[in-house]
Design a binder for this molecule. Structure first.
Ligand code: SAM
Length: 327
């Protein structure tokens, strides 16, 4: 069984947000913007999520990534990961800000988690504090070490580069990927900000970042990627790790998109950049059968847009922030 959308893309990847809450308050994301999180009854229970995953696996989904909010904040998540890893998902990942990772890395590995991506926008404690509102950089770095010790093979660090914020740290991140077996992926700043206008003048194009890195560490494209993902991958001559660029804004990769997303409150989204969503929580709580649930998921995939909007021409504010959608 497979989920094929109208543009012949095979949808086999589900991203699952398990909470809207976060323990950081990054100025460009502002998870809750000072507001309390959603009431618990509106958030899917683990049972409900696992049911959706089982149905999605039956439709051909093979890869999942747990995200949030900050997923490590949700109680019982190690046990949830263990159950998820036995649900037919073959490749299970987690995206975290790393603040709590130190204590979770080993239990998560033992629970069957295959990959961990850590979001980290600054290697400088003061800048980290300025961006996130937290002085937890040391915790994140310790979490990265523990993840390596726990045996996660390929650790990826995701860095959103923003003008006047962390562009002066590009070479520090490149140096990290040069000296260690780490993949640093630079993500273009995307138009999400709690209902406010995207600060377009803070957007930094991946090509500019490449130029900066090339001036110090000549970049060589990674020729054949085993499983081409969303990042354009490079090696640095003589370096141990790799550098990736996620060019969501300057060069979209919609033709390769294989994803759907489940929000913490049980909506299915077929595109990160569209506000269209289909409710699964209501029908599930009203007693739909698994085949009916499968039909709702199929219906969402059939409506997947061919490509994301062109931000610079027709900019539209997104009504949800990343913490709800699951970045
Ligand atoms: N708390 C987890 C974490 O920090 O990895 C998971 C959720 S967080 C919303 C996922 C990712 O989305 C983070 O790497 C964050 O930097 C990114 N993100 C949030 N808002 C963004 C924006 N406007 N543009 C690009 N990336 C953004």
């Amino acid at each position: 069984m497979s989920l094929i959308d109208p543009y012949q893309r095979r949808i086999d990847y589900l991203r699952i947000s398990i909470t809207d809450r976060c323990n950081l308050n990054c100025f460009y994301c502002r998870p809750l913007g000072g507001k309390p999180g959603l009431p618990h009854e509106l958030i899917l229970s683990y049972e409900e999520i696992l049911r959706i995953v089982r149905v999605a696996v039956g439709l051909g989904v093979r890869k999942a990534r747990v995200t949030g909010g900050e997923p490590l904040l949700r109680k019982g998540m190690v046990d949830f990961i263990a159950r998820l890893s036995r649900s037919g998902i073959e490749d299970l990942g987690l995206t975290t800000n790393g603040i709590l990772l130190k204590g979770f890395a080993r239990p998560l590995r033992e629970a069957g988690l295959n990959r961990v991506n850590i979001s980290l926008d600054s290697l400088d404690p003061r800048n980290f504090q300025r961006i996130t509102g937290s002085d937890g950089l040391g915790e994140v770095l310790a979490g990265i070490e523990k993840a390596r010790e726990a045996g996660f093979q390929k650790i990826k660090i995701n860095t959103v580069l923003i003008k006047e914020t962390n562009e002066d740290e590009i070479l520090d991140f490149a140096e990290l990927a040069f000296s260690r077996e780490i993949e640093v992926r630079f993500i273009e700043y995307m138009p999400y900000l709690n209902g406010k206008e995207w600060q377009r003048d803070l957007y930094l194009q991946a090509e500019e970042v490449k130029r900066v890195i090339n001036s110090r560490f000549p970049l060589e494209p990674v020729e054949k990627q085993e499983k081409p993902g969303v990042a354009e991958m490079y090696r640095m001559k003589g370096g141990r790790g790799t550098i990736g660029f996620i060019t969501s804004i300057s060069r979209h990769f919609c033709e390769r998109c294989n994803r759907i997303r489940l929000t913490a409150d049980g909506k299915l989204r077929n595109c990160l950049f569209s506000d269209e969503e289909i409710d699964l929580r209501g029908p599930m709580r009203d007693g739909v059968s698994d085949p009916e649930l499968a039909e709702i998921i199929r219906g969402s995939v059939q409506k997947k847009p061919e490509r994301r909007p062109d931000f610079f021409c027709s900019f539209k504010k997104c009504t949800r922030t990343m913490n709800l959608i699951g970045g």
